[in-house]
Design a protein around this ligand. Structure first.
Ligand code: GDP
Ligand code: MG
Length: 162
């Protein structure tokens, strides 16, 4: 069904997705990016960074009371992380579906964690869990100038926007 540009623009969302050091070291960058790209989401920002432990603690601040927090922050800061912003209708929620459950033992086959990871402490990818988190995480990892706005020629075919 065709619908108008305004309705389409109102549904557009951005989410923060990161390939953690295990995913980068295991050579899974292209595999993971391709799943978001083939779905029809649009890449708006991307960079490879080694976060400091302090930065990792900021990123995971919600989990600071959890017993695995320290190990998790050590791990996230142990090597390169591929930080990205992806845009699309419903990308925050559906991005989490593509990623799969936190524990790869419980992730469905066909999801990124279900297909490519085995244990919760090495689950290869992060994705924002809601609109507020997405906003905060994008602002933490990227300067506004690092987000590239552009029209993709595929968009009219993906969304049927007239
Ligand atoms: P996510 O949003 O699916 O990534 O899950 P959470 O926000 O709950 O947790 C953040 C990250 O902490 C997860 O992706 C895991 O890498 C790690 N984590 C979560 N739960 C556990 C746990 O029980 N044990 C360990 N070792 N790591 C965990
Ligand atoms: Mg989370």
């Amino acid at each position: 069904m065709l619908y108008d540009q305004e309705a389409h623009a109102a549904e557009m969302e951005r989410t923060f997705i990161a390939i953690k050091p295990d995913g980068v070291q295991r050579g899974l960058i292209a595999e993971i990016i391709s799943r978001f790209e083939r779905k029809g989401y649009k890449l708006m920002a991307i960079k490879l960074v080694v976060p400091t432990k302090e930065f990792a603690q900021k990123h995971y601040h919600d989990l600071k009371e959890r017993p695995f927090f320290d190990g998790l922050c050590d791990f996230l800061s142990s090597g390169p992380v591929l930080a990205m912003v992806w845009e699309g209708e419903g990308v925050i929620k559906y991005g989490r579906k593509l990623i799969g459950a936190t524990d790869p033992q419980k992730s469905e086959p066909g999801t990124i964690r279900g297909d490519l990871a085995v244990v919760v402490g090495r689950n290869i990818i992060h994705g924002s869990d809601g609109p507020e988190t997405a906003k905060d995480e994008i602002a933490l990892w990227f300067e506004p100038s690092e987000l590239v706005s552009y029209t993709s020629n595929a968009e009219k075919w993906i969304y049927g926007v007239n």
